[in-house]
Design a protein around this ligand. Structure first.
Ligand code: XMP
Length: 321
């Protein structure tokens, strides 16, 4: 079925929310639904909308996949608890790292994450809770990029011919599928979410695994997690679309205290973009780049090289994997 985009200029956030609340509660009826909150604007908007529609008949989980940023699970859970939305953390780190073991191909890594998430983790939650519906924040751009064959976006199922009811035992409801990010930010704001949520830069579904080139292990995720923290601290006031750190697969020769240090390479990316479909690297001042290199090589153990990506999208993509 063709999905029709609702453009920003045609969006009435209040009416849109009212309609989606009605559709969601009619679809779920007296049954139960579950959803996963990551703290991104899409899943946050769906969580609020779902709670408005279903109240206690929606159970919200934060899936701790071991691939999130520093302290992210606890921070997001307490923020939502402050908004009156209870969220349960599910520790699935072992399942994700087992599934990723030995994989280096980007699409195989994405597929492993998707299957672990939808089949293993959600399959079990659905069996245990008796829920028959999964609410998720798929957006219009996710569909477009997957259908165009650019990258398999983490949350795309139906558009790839996957029958979730048949394969995983639940039906997926996607209230935001007709909206792009800017429109979702408006909806999130109207739903009463705080500014730090509705203005949050995008973060990919596969989380830091989208930023580890080569095998994704707990140790390699920790390197990129530490570098990400520094990049976010240094670039959060730039007003740019998105900024990130990537861990490369190859190591390079460095020198520390007069001795050879064969270490890791971190690539920093900072994007100017409207919709993530195209983008160009931000012309960051050299002093900012210098500080990033200094902090990352002194604070992240084992890193001897920091580079800045100067390629536009296309042909680059925003994430590395
Ligand atoms: P790419 O890397 O495809 O990213 O240029 C486009 C935008 O989508 C965000 N995003 C994802 N990217 N896999 C991705 O590679 C996902 O599952 C995903 N979810 C969101 C990405 O961060 C960028 O803003």
């Amino acid at each position: 079925m063709k999905i029709e985009e609702i453009r920003m200029e045609d969006l009435h956030p209040g009416k849109f929310i009212e309609q989606k609340v009605h559709e969601t509660s009619s679809a779920v009826g007296s049954g139960l639904a579950i959803n996963a909150l990551s703290g991104g604007v899409d899943s946050s908007a769906v969580t609020m909308l779902g709670h408005r529609a279903l109240g206690k008949r929606l159970k919200t989980y934060f899936i701790e996949n071991g691939l999130m940023r520093h302290d992210e699970p606890q921070e997001i859970v307490s923020l939502f608890e402050g908004l009156g939305v209870p969220v349960e953390i599910v520790d699935a780190q072992k399942q994700f790292f087992d599934a990723l073991k030995g994989l280096t191909d980007p699409e195989e890594k994405r597929e492993a994450i998707t299957q672990t998430f939808y089949r293993d983790v959600f399959g079990k939650l659905v069996r245990e809770s008796g829920a028959r519906y999964l609410l998720q924040g798929t957006n219009y751009t996710d569909v477009e990029e997957t259908v165009a064959g650019i990258k398999r976006q983490h949350n795309i199922l139906g558009q790839l011919g996957i029958d979730t009811k048949e394969e995983y035992g639940y039906t997926v409801i996607e209230p935001l599928i007709q909206l792009r990010k800017t429109a979702i930010r408006e909806v999130a704001k109207t739903l009463g979410l705080p500014e730090e949520i509705y203005t949050r830069p995008p973060f990919p579904g596969p989380a830091l695994a989208a930023r580890v080139i080569g095998e994704v292990t707990p140790e390699r995720v920790e390197i990129v997690r530490n570098a990400t923290k520094i990049v976010e601290e240094e670039l959060c006031d730039t007003g740019t679309f998105q900024y990130l750190a990537i861990l490369h697969e190859d190591r390079v020769t460095g020198v520390r205290k007069g001795r050879r240090d064969y270490g890791f390479q971190i690539e920093v990316r900072c994007w100017d973009s409207k919709d993530a479909i195209t983008g160009s690297p931000t012309r960051l001042p050299y002093d900012v780049l210098d500080k990033l290199a200094e902090r990352i090589t002194t604070k992240v153990p084992g890193v001897v090289s920091v580079t800045y990506n100067i390629t536009r999208k296309p042909p680059s993509t925003i994430e590395a994997v």
